[in-house]
Design a protein around this ligand. Structure first.
Ligand code: SF4
Length: 96
């Protein structure tokens, strides 16, 4: 972790990342950049798939339904690295 990554903006639990299921292509950039191991990769469940747009369903199918999940969201320090790193602009930070 470099000094820039340590200079996070909030204590944990104030913000959490929200992943747009219609945008995520499972590129894993968020997994790689998050200093707090907030993200894991997983399979989009059938119930979640039903709520996607047609474009989201096509993208999901093309990427074998592998997407990022904020499985450790309470550890988020709102540094914003994942928001910048995501090539699909699929991540936003939301106040908890
Ligand atoms: S903003 Fe993103 S990269 Fe930074 S701590 Fe939160 S989840 Fe991790």
């Amino acid at each position: 972790m470099d000094s820039e990554q340590k200079d996070c903006k909030q204590p944990p639990g104030v913000f959490h990342p929200v992943i747009d299921r219609n945008r995520c292509e499972g590129a894993k950039e968020c997994v790689a950049v998050c200093p707090y191991d907030v993200f894991t990769m997983g399979t989009v469940e059938a119930e979640l798939r039903r709520g996607l747009s047609l474009r989201g369903k096509l993208k999901g199918f093309a990427h074998r339904w592998q997407q990022a999940f904020a499985s450790n969201a309470d550890a988020c320090h709102a540094c914003g690295l994942c928001v910048v790193a995501c090539p699909e602009k699929a991540i936003t930070l939301s106040r908890s």
